[in-house]
Design a protein around this ligand. Sequence first.
Ligand code: SF4
Length: 134
Amino acid sequence: MSNSNSCSCSKTDQESSKKILFYACSGGANVAEASDKACREMMSQGLGSMFCLAGLGAGIQGMIQQASDVDLNVVIDGCPMDCARKIFEKLELENVQYMRATDMGLEKKAKGTRATEQEVNAIVSHAKEAIGVN
Ligand code: SF4
């Protein structure tokens, strides 16, 4: 039987030696979509794992413990509403690096606008530089 407090989406065969978890606000806006896709791209590059922000927001203790145990949680919000950051601030974890897509030159556009590949790449580049990985 599976453990309801564990989440297999934190696991990848390409993990780096420094354990990093990526989170995106994953909201409905283009900047949120771009943040989400950037996290998935960095996971596919073997820089760490994307983890479930919703699980932390829901207070799932096993998932909060995983976030507490890693070297770094990289939290990417789409806009200054900082929804993901606010979830993390409630958890009072110290191993967190925050970033925001609109601080990287992305513009939050009208509802229904899709994220572009260029926007996703801009976030990936910024995040990799910010956390010192290639
Ligand atoms: S941070 Fe901005 S883009 Fe992300 S979920 Fe919140 S309001 Fe939406």
